[in-house]
Design a protein around this ligand. Sequence first.
Ligand code: SF4
Length: 488
Amino acid sequence: MTLYVKNNKFYYELENLCRIFFKNEKIEVTEYDEGIKKSPYIYVEVKNDDTNMVSIIEADINGDFIVKEATIDEDEKEQERQICIIVFNILCSITKQKPDWGILTGIRPVKLMRKLIYETSVNDAKLYFKEKFLVSDEKIELCCDIAARQDKIIKFSNPRSFSLYISIPFCPTRCSYCSFVSQSIEKALSLIPGYIELLLEEIDYTSTIVNKLNLNLETVYIGGGTPTSLTEGQLRSVIERINLRFDMKRCREFTVEAGRPDTITEEKLRTLKQLGVNRISINPQTLNDNVLKIIGREHTSNQTIEAFNMARKCGFDNINMDLIAGLPTEEYTSFINTIDEICDLSPENITVHTLSLKRSSRLNQEGNGECVSRPEAIQKMVYYAADKLRKEGYKPYYLYRQSKMISNLENIGFTKSGYENLYNIYMMEEIHTILSCGASGVTKLKDPYGDTIERIFNFKFPYEYMGRFPEIIRKKDKVLIFYDKFLR
Ligand code: SF4
């Protein structure tokens, strides 16, 4: 379909909105000048009719033709919202759908809810979500519930708090839905020793900045990729360096993603435990072996369960497990079996993702028709998961959305009481600074007293990271410049 725009700059938001309704269609965005418009299309024009700003919206889709003209606000942000509401309502009436998140397309709805609650009140914030963004009552309650749970954790963060993220961008194989720049171990084996050497250098340099600024390390997260793709010795060297360089006395949480069960060994788990790691993530995604094979994960459901039991034996009492609803060929029944079996294991956190068709993933490039053709089934999976987890005593504690999610749903982290993952909350809600080391790491600097956020991007691929390492180190000095404005 084509999105024609005239005299306005709202194409980014409008394109995102159209994508909610036309998931599998290419949306072409064009500045309209004159001539015949190619159906199906949405046309959005803003004009000043001497006394007022006016929007003219035209939709010609599947034989339905609708035109709406309305007076809109002078303020551009408000104009954009008002136009989105009109387009949303037109698309709802044509497609007979009413997406739960209304016109909200951002990835952090809970952050927005919290901001509104702080500025007004819980009731006014709820009303705002309902009337100004057309969000469903169910999602409004979900956002409020999560915001309230997070508030208890957020209050522990102070102006000098920060979290440390370490990126290990290697995996045993590449999952078909992955768009991350992770390199398969086979191809990258020879890079790893050199990568680690430089990573240790970056950790050292980051710690000198932290000491100069007198910042407090609250949480550490080693992610990727699959950090447990490294050997026991390599993992040890990274964690020992963190423990040596940073003041770990106040660090309240140390997570290592042990994502792929086939990379987990008892030796590695014992090392993690001995070095102070107190949370790990073992990610089955599904316990259906056929689906695992199709998505390119070379492990079985049994290996997941064995890895989980091994982690318990090694003393891990805080384990997360990630699941994905909507994987290719996954049926409703096999998904609910996965949920039930994972509940039987009783991990402290269960994160339920909805499949997102990322542009550069193999799944998206090789054809995804089967996944996008059954949004109702996927919605049912997600509802089952939420219902079952609540019955088992889990509570939702963080939520984010991604573009191109099937069924326009969300990812939700569920937790047993008292096991909320602090890092996820600090990072997703942008509560404090995240200092990142390693390829594809993004340092996010947060003004401790306001909303300003600045980002420093490390190079994405390990070979770029290694080849241009001096630039990475130079860029780190921006942390000092940033904090100079707020802390000294
Ligand atoms: S384990 Fe994660 S990072 Fe690695 S290939 Fe799969 S989805 Fe990508």
